[in-house]
Design a protein around this ligand. Structure first.
Ligand code: LAG
Ligand code: CA
Length: 458
């Protein structure tokens, strides 16, 4: 199979994490398609061990490759794909293929299994368990073999060197492709040897877009660069840098790029401010990221991600939490209930970024120009003659005349409300309130109705 890179002008990925299939289907039609999101990444759809809805992480323990999960059945899954495709949105599936379960014996499909025994699918000899070993923290720096062949948090590690196992994994992914799935996020890709992953990829039908979760760690034995020949790779340094900058001074972002020590080149990177793992990290840890609890700071970091040219951005949208283990809203023994963006249980953060999804799509292929900063926490830049953005991460409102690079006209602020009027010289007087952003692009959003006294503010 050939790696299909997203074509220029494709909208960003949105990860609707822990959403059920019916809710994703509705969101594709109502919000994602109209906003210009290019793809939606959904949670693992396989049958998994079940903790009755009390935790979120049960779905990272596959029990069987059937579409019987807490997010809905095969019909709901298929309907979701059709609805999303109808709205112009591709569907990416979270593929958990490094391992099976580490505990328990109840699945959402009501099937019996144990750690190294999955009737009809895998038996003891399909795992690297004689003797079994568990990955230790020190292995990451010292022993790449153990990172890929021992158990990740005691989860039964599949022998991905075996032809039988590779066939089962490829068969599962190909079934999803046959149902219309367009791409896969490969869970724990760092724990699968690149040769094994390449061999599985060679058995895939069609050309699904692959993005691999290979978490960068300084000086580690397994590096993202070992995987960029197989698919795009998740850029974990990006989120760490966003936290550092947006809790400091954002003027430094002027030079943001590979020279900052990012772990994946721009044309191979999937960038994100946070994901379901990093949002739960203790804030004191150096791999912790911003998350929805940071409010406007989080929002501004996402605006920057969607406005700055680096990789394929992915907006994250999960459920609200205080207990790090707690599962999504559910009923009837753990089945995830329909998303309600108004009940406070879901962040629905991607809706706040809907306008910026369109911005990202509109400015594809253009370069950064017209940089401005106030030597502190306000920045602005244009993207060719297609778009312009100002980000105020400071505590006071800023009003000034900016060079926008845009043709004269009035544009809707897709990062907030109000509009910007650009004069014939490409300049505009704009007010950017504290902790907010103004973003405008050619062809984006409805042209706002001019008011009696055209106000060039937000
Ligand atoms: C991932 N990427 O590589 C996922 O993004 C991450 O969320 C998964 O961990 C992990 N790899 C395995 O797919 C999550 C939780 C773990 C949880 C695991 C399996 O962060 O805490 O482990 O899913 O459900 C749990 C218990 C462990 C236990 C393990 C096996 O927390 O204490 O050892 O289950 O029984
Ligand atoms: Ca492995």
């Amino acid at each position: 199979a050939v790696q299909a890179a997203p074509p220029a002008g494709t909208g960003p990925i949105v990860k609707l994490w822990s959403w059920n299939w019916n809710s994703v289907a509705r969101e594709c039609v109502d919000v994602l398609g109209p906003a210009g999101y290019g793809a939606v990444q959904v949670s693992p759809p396989h049958d998994s061990m079940s903790k009755g809805g009390s935790v979120w992480w049960d779905v990272y323990q596959p029990a069987r490759y059937t579409l019987t999960s807490k997010f809905g059945d095969e019909n709901a899954f298929k309907n979701m794909i059709d609805a999303c495709h109808g709205a112009g949105v591709k569907v990416h599936v979270d593929a958990v293929v490094n391992h099976m379960t580490g505990q328990g014996s109840t699945s959402y499909g009501g099937y019996s299994f144990s750690k190294y025994n999955y009737p009809g699918l895998y038996s003891s000899w399909d795992f690297r368990n004689s003797p079994s070993c568990v990955i230790d923290d020190e292995d990451y720096k010292k022993n790449g073999w153990r990172v890929q062949n021992c158990e990740l948090v005691s989860l039964a590690d599949l022998d991905t060197g075996s032809g039988y196992v590779r066939d089962r994994i490829a068969g599962w992914l190909n079934r999803l492709t046959a149902l219309g799935v367009d791409g896969f996020r490969i869970d724990a890709a760092k724990h699968i040897h690149p040769d094994d992953l390449a061999a599985i990829k060679a058995k895939l039908t069609g050309s699904p877009y692959l993005h691999l979760e290979v978490i960068y760690g300084e000086g580690e034995a397994v590096q993202p660069s070992q995987y960029t020949g197989i698919g795009d790779v998740h850029e974990f340094v990006f989120g760490r840098k966003m936290k550092e900058q947006f809790t400091g001074q954002i003027k430094w972002l002027r030079t943001f790029g590979e020279s900052w020590g990012l772990s994946v080149p721009a044309d191979r990177a999937v960038t994100f401010v946070d994901n379901h793992d990093t949002e739960r990290k203790d804030a004191s840890k150096n791999d912790a990221t911003l998350n929805y609890k940071y409010g406007d700071t989080y929002k501004l970091a996402n605006v920057f991600m969607l406005a700055w040219p680096y990789g394929t951005p992915r907006v994250y949208s999960g459920f609200t939490w205080s207990d790090k283990e707690a599962g999504p809203p559910s009923a009837n023994g753990g089945f995830v209930t329909d998303t309600d963006c108004g009940n406070g249980r879901w962040t629905c953060f991607h809706r706040q970024m809907a306008g910026m999804a369109g911005f990202h799509k509109a400015v594809a292929g253009t370069s950064v120009a017209d940089w401005y900063d106030n030597d502190d926490n306000v920045i602005a830049f244009s993207r060719g003659n297609k778009g312009w953005v100002a980000i105020n991460n400071g505590s006071g409102s800023v009003t000034r005349t900016f060079t926008t690079g845009l043709p004269a006209g009035t544009y809707a602020n897709v990062a907030g409300s109000g509009s910007v009027t650009v004069g014939s010289g490409g300049t505009a007087s704009v007010t950017v309130p504290a902790k907010s952003a103004v973003a405008v692009h050619v062809g984006g959003g409805p042209t706002p109705t001019p008011t009696a006294t055209p106000s060039p503010t937000v």
